[in-house]
Design a protein around this ligand. Structure first.
Ligand SMILES: CC[C@@H](C(=O)O)C(=O)SCCNC(=O)CCNC(=O)[C@H](O)C(C)(C)COP(=O)(O)OP(=O)(O)OC[C@H]1O[C@@H](n2cnc3c(N)ncnc32)[C@H](O)[C@@H]1OP(=O)(O)O
Length: 250
């Protein structure tokens, strides 16, 4: 199994469990996320936590060893579309969603964390939209979510820098909610949220969701997915992925 879903103390936790491949997303993990969103609606948790196994990575994005087989925009689109629907479902969950960023979050991994309401980032974690180095953009909706999250110039800079930022820079540009040094810091954050009744958290989340719906966020995500699919089919993208995979084999 490439993921775990656990309910404890009214918190539903989703853990990506592929540490050897830096928690890259394959179809199995996508299925897991789909199961998670259904479970939230059935089991009514106070909060959701999304995290990953090990301390090296939260998520290294799409599993390039699998997705490099997708060559044309027609082949890439269904994968990008499916994961964009997963992230939109996560973003619009009726309860707060906390990304516990236990290590590097790059490419689609950064998109997953950006779709969450809060990002608790471990001191050593480096995170960024590195897709530009592969000659593509974000393709799961994360670019649209970043413009909802950060001041415009900071969002545009983070996307077009295409590099992983250290934790202090992530706090400074507003992406990280909090840098966490140990488990006690995480518990303190959860404890402060638990002081407020669940229906209050839900009511505030409804305000955010109404704003996203009114501003056509779903349609903007769809345009992002389509544009990424177009860029995906260029030779320059496939060469960059081949280079990454060849380096891994050495
Ligand atoms: C597809 C959707 C698209 C989007 O819409 O956003 C994307 O997500 S594009 C994908 C972006 N991801 C990448 O370009 C991969 C980036 N990976 C890294 O930069 C690094 O792996 C890391 C996350 C910073 C971790 O570095 P480190 O701890 O030094 O580990 P290694 O690099 O040695 O990796 C260990 C092992 O894992 C394999 N790996 C890592 N990431 C992926 C990946 N995304 N897909 C497939 N495989 C991946 C890597 O090849 C190593 O394999 P072995 O050498 O066989 O152990």
């Amino acid at each position: 199994m490439s993921y775990k879903i656990e309910m404890a103390d009214e918190i539903l936790t989703f853990t990506i469990d592929r540490p050897d491949i830096r928690n890259a997303i394959n179809e199995g993990v996508m299925e897991g996320f789909e199961e998670l969103t259904k479970k939230v609606h059935k089991s009514n948790p106070r909060f959701v936590i999304i995290t990953a196994s090990g301390s090296q990575a939260f998520c290294s994005g799409g599993d390039l060893s699998v997705f490099h087989e997708l060559k044309t925009k027609e082949q890439a689109y269904p994968m990008l579309k499916r994961m964009s629907e997963v992230l939109y479902a996560i973003k619009t969950l009726p309860v707060p969603v906390i990304a516990l960023v236990n290590g590097a979050a790059v490419g689609g991994g950064c998109e997953i964390a950006t779709a969450c309401d809060y990002r608790l980032v471990r001191e050593h974690a480096k995170c960024g939209f590195i897709q530009g180095t592969l000659a593509i953009t974000s393709g799961w909706g994360g670019g649209s979510y970043l413009f909802e999250t950060l001041q415009h110039d900071r969002a545009l800079k983070m996307l077009s820098d295409a590099r992983a930022y250290p934790a202090d820079e992530l706090l400074e540009n507003g992406w990280a909610t909090k840098i966490v040094r140990d488990d006690a810091d995480i518990e303190a954050f959860i404890h402060s949220m638990k002081k407020i009744r669940p229906e209050v958290h839900r009511a505030y989340k409804e305000i955010a969701i109404r704003k996203w719906q009114a501003s056509g966020l779903k349609d903007r995500v769809e345009s992002e997915v389509r544009r990424c699919a177009e860029l995906w089919e260029a030779d320059v993208h496939h060469e960059a992925v081949d280079n990454f995979l060849a380096k891994a084999k050495k």
